[in-house]
Design a protein around this ligand. Sequence first.
Ligand code: PA5
Length: 444
Amino acid sequence: MDKKLVLDISQAKCFCDEKLYNEVSKEVLKAHDLLRSKKGPGNDFLGWLDLPINYDSREFSLIKQAAAKIKQQSQVLLAIGIGGSYLGARSAIEMLKKYFGQKGVEVIFVGNHISSTYVADLLDYLKDKDFSINVISKSGTTTEPAIAFRIFKDYMEERYGKAEAKNRIYATTDKARGALKTLADAEGYQEFVVPDDIGGRYSVLTAVGLLPIAAAGVDIDEMMQGAKDAYFAYMEKDIDKNDALKYALIRNVLYRSGKKIEMLVNFEPKLNYFAEWWKQLYGESEGKDHKGIWITSAAFTTDLHSLGQMIQQGERTLFETVIAVEKPIKDQIINKTEDNLDGLNFLAGKSMDYVNKMAMNGTMLAHVDGGVPNIRVTVPNISAYTYGYMAYFFEIACGVSAYTLGVNPFDQPGVESYKKNMFALLGKPGYEAMTEELLKKLNK
Ligand code: PA5
């Protein structure tokens, strides 16, 4: 495969009305112009757009140096963060590390939920291991990572003493504001910056994602090269030559044709967390003003044995976007047996990846027959380069898609609602007025 990413919409376009497709095409071109002209809503959060060609090379070198230091000093890196300060790194590491027996630093994510059992088990697991911490929070005030950091900082200081703990803690946060910034300055931690103009869900190619990814042993130069090549590929203004625009277009046409749910599907479990990253990217960017494609994900063939029935014959509001990987990292030939008791000799000599591909094609044909439009995104392999390329493809497409939908892709006002309630119920100073009202509702 010559191209770095191939988009095939033929099995989705056949569900669309041509007139609508042409109308929405015009809107997509306008949305693309709006994004590139930097005049649309949320335009103060467009730092990610040119990031692949103008990232801070000094900071990039410092990230690599810090990663090398972490590799030297620790067996485990705790990456503490949530949402956009977590999903990028996790999606890349899960995609690029070995399933089993990965050598080097083990990156463990914490602070992305409030499970006390998880934290207790992790404290226990760390007892006989050297560890470092990368605490990541743009605002520096997010509750989940702040609680985790308080606990693991204490534990680290107890284990290593305050001076050595300082040498093992790396803080990624705002360059000027927030509680984490204040704390990192006071303690003298090495600091990395979350650029002002890049929101969490678009931050994987900044220090937010890159430090844990590099510490895990991934080649971040290769990753940035992938993003850079995608940057040039998706500058193109012609929809027929720009797959990111075409993806934004087909999603919006399907949405307006009653296909309200998009399921991101893979046939390679290494991509499961890529789907989690993608869900945040599209969900937080588009789900507002009571609009937006509902996003979900599935891992096939596993989920064909649980969700398959619903997909094939349930309510017809779904479309699928399949990420297909052309070449697996490793393949496995199926052997022949003399007795053929399991009846599988018809597959003898075939590779598992061949079977997986036939499963993918068979599934696509069945689902399309059942009324589920199918978009296919094919990438050549699983590599750091492909991660960077694919991440940038989905980011550009998301910005254009959200503008086409008519929403601001770069804010997330709805995320605050649960936080306010939680703070009021926990008695945080300043939330007193809400507390009584919420308690009444709870006790009804
Ligand atoms: O995309 C976003 O803005 C959110 O998901 C944030 O990344 C998430 O809430 C974590 O915020 P912070 O980095 O400020 O701790």
